[in-house]
Design a protein around this ligand. Structure first.
Ligand code: GDP
Length: 297
């Protein structure tokens, strides 16, 4: 699982301060220094770390006294609350359109896990929310992507809308929405093309699809293993498309994960789901508070 290194270091730091009946400014200083190093080592963006530490210092020093907690525990509470806020605070729910279908566009770089996540999300929507999704193959540049989605559709026993590789992705998306209305599919999840790098053609096409189907959600699928690059990718997709959320994939890997933690702070878009493995049922709602508890132990 990602964040293991971070988790271990933060837990060590916390252990030192936990039992303290009195927390001096020096204690806070030492603790924040260690937290800072742990975050940087986990590859959290340095600007994000700087703000984070500043907030903890302010809060931990001029702290409100709570009788039920020791001063040490109070400092830990501050760290936990700030870590939760860093990852987005409240859990962010998936959109539901006033009039179905709810349209979701999946965007991201090739290999991030977009197609797999399209299938996983459809599966989650059906299992957890009792929805009836349609998948849309709008990545016409890689025939393998269409086949991959069709295979997922078969495994899930869900419809996959495709017009092959000759059609225009903007048309495909628009026609899929019409088809979903006729067939009473309440969610339409559009798997769009990715590229190895962010480029203008990719963004143009995504903007055209967005303009054509007016999606309720635009999810950027980000590979948590890609480090600081993930932050840059998220920034450019967000600038161009005004994302509504992020799906982090491959959090089951032994990545440092910190870059992923920076995405919310940098884009101000919530992390909505986390991919925890290759299987179709390995996508979870992302709960900032639970994740913070998991990290802090
Ligand atoms: P796309 O090019 O963005 O559509 O990426 P794919 O959906 O084809 O996924 C690329 C690879 O990442 C595949 O081998 C997936 O099985 C794998 N993958 C996707 N999500 C996860 C995840 O959460 N955990 C792990 N371990 N692998 C994943």
């Amino acid at each position: 699982m990602a964040f293991e290194g971070l988790s271990e270091r933060l837990q060590q730091t916390i252990q030192k301060i936990k039992g303290k009946g009195k927390v001096t400014e020096q204690d806070v200083k030492e603790m924040t220094r260690e937290v800072r190093l742990a975050l940087l080592e986990a590859d959290v963006n340095f600007k994000v770390v700087k703000d984070f530490i500043k907030r903890i210092k302010e809060r931990a020093v001029g702290q409100e006294v709570m009788e039920s907690l020791t001063p040490g525990q109070q400092v830990i509470k501050v760290v936990k609350e700030e870590l939760t806020a860093l990852m987005g605070g409240e859990q962010s729910k998936i959109a539901v359109a006033d009039r179905p279908p709810t349209v979701i566009m999946m965007v991201g770089l090739q290999g991030a896990g977009k197609t797999t996540t399209t299938g996983k999300l459809a599966n989650l929507l059906r299992k957890k929310y009792n929805r009836n999704p349609m998948l849309v193959a709008a990545d016409v540049y890689r025939p393998a992507a269409i086949n991959q989605l069709q295979t997922l559709g078969k495994q899930l026993n869900m419809p996959v809308f495709s017009l092959g590789t000759e059609a225009n992705p903007v048309d495909i998306a628009a026609k899929a929405v019409e088809e979903a209305k006729r067939e009473h599919n309440d969610y339409v999840i559009v798997d769009t093309a990715g590229r190895l790098h962010v480029d203008n053609d990719l963004m143009d096409e995504l903007q055209q699809i967005k303009a054509s189907v007016n999606p309720d959600e635009i999810f950027l699928v980000v590979d948590a293993m890609t480090g600081q690059d993930a932050v840059n990718v998220a920034e450019s997709f967000n600038d161009q498309l005004d994302l509504t959320g992020v799906v982090l994939t491959k959090l089951d890997g032994d990545t440092r994960g910190g870059a992923a933690l920076s995405i919310k702070a940098v884009t101000d878009k919530p992390i909505k789901f986390a991919g925890m493995g290759e299987k179709l049922d390995e996508l979870e709602d992302f709960h900032p508070e639970r994740m913070a508890s998991r990290i802090l132990g």
